[in-house]
Design a binder for this molecule. Structure first.
Ligand code: AMP
Length: 283
């Protein structure tokens, strides 16, 4: 595994793969890696001749007062974990990503304002800007993202299509801890008590899934109310509990075929998200 700090070196490597008709895959991350991240490499390894990871905690996607400064960083641990799953690790500093004079921003309208975009305005603009820049440097043939950040995936897919970036995207399943909590770098902020509280997030999603898939209940507003109750009773400060169209992220009243149950909430000072895709035809 080769560690690369210089953007032009990363681009040269990518060009080499292209010239030889080989496929370079890409997994962008903010580091502090866990099994959820590692699963992304496994998800695309058979489709790639080589995989590059990036680790960059992107200041642009954090709002003032969010956890940019305290976001967990573990460079040594990350490099160890990546050793057997990728060929290149791109570790840019701020100047590589936002060189002096940088003044282009990418914003996917509408989708970025839904769900997490309501309480985190500007967040997805930061995400799409950094991913566009990383795609420009790494120039991968394909890239893997986690379903854990479902909205992020839908937004990046829109951007990639709209700007004809030529990167094939893969959405990989959510990896959970044994207790059901979706793995997240932020889980390490949770105290023991908060960790137990946070299980209500998954519980609320499973409740909704069962009502819809097993009991065939279609009154989604009642289900969403109950989801909020399940989380609130356990001390989660609910940001949203939604059932949305998988492509538009609009709240749905009737599920035609597929929908996404999506939840976000604060457990203490930690913001957690989770989701589940449901398909009525799989009943
Ligand atoms: P992050 O480091 O949080 O920016 O995440 C980097 C990538 O890992 C994103 O595509 C995430 O969706 C994905 N990811 C994070 N947690 C998980 C998880 N528990 N399961 C699957 N993918 C994940």
């Amino acid at each position: 595994m080769r560690v690369i700090q210089d953007g032009s070196e990363m681009t040269e490597i990518s060009d080499f793969y292209k010239e030889h008709g080989l496929i370079l895959g890409f997994v962008p991350t903010m580091g502090c890696l866990h099994q959820g991240h590692i699963s992304l490499f496994k998800c695309i390894e058979e489709k790639c001749d080589a995989i590059a990871a990036s680790i960059y905690v992107n200041p642009m996607q954090f709002r003032p007062g969010e956890d940019f400064e305290k976001y967990p960083r573990d460079r040594i641990g990350d490099l160890e974990k990546l050793q057997n799953v990728c060929d290149y690790v791109f570790l840019p500093d701020d100047k590589q990503i936002y060189p002096s004079g940088f003044s282009t921003f990418v914003e996917v309208e509408s989708l970025s304002k839904k769900l997490c975009g309501v309480s985190r305005p500007g967040h997805f603009r930061g995400v799409t800007t950094v991913v566009a820049r990383l795609f420009g440097i790494v120039r991968p043939k394909l890239a893997a993202f986690g379903q854990k950040d479902y909205q992020q995936f839908v937004i990046i897919r829109r951007m990639t299509e709209d700007l004809a970036l030529g990167v094939q995207l893969f959405m990989c399943p959510i990896v959970r801890d044994k207790d059901g909590l979706a793995m997240s770098s932020r889980n390490r902020y949770l105290s023991k008590k908060e960790r137990i509280m946070s299980l209500a997030i998954r519980k609320s999603i499973l409740y909704a899934r069962e009502e819809i898939m097993e009991k065939g209940i279609l009154d989604l507003s009642e289900i969403k109310k109950k989801m909020i109750d399940i989380m609130s009773e356990n001390g989660v400060k609910v940001d949203y509990a939604e059932i949305v169209d998988p492509a538009t992220l609009e709240s749905v009243e009737n599920i035609q075929k597929r929908a996404v149950i999506a939840v976000a909430g604060m457990v203490g000072s930690t913001r957690l998200i989770d989701n589940e895709i449901i398909d009525l035809e799989e009943k």
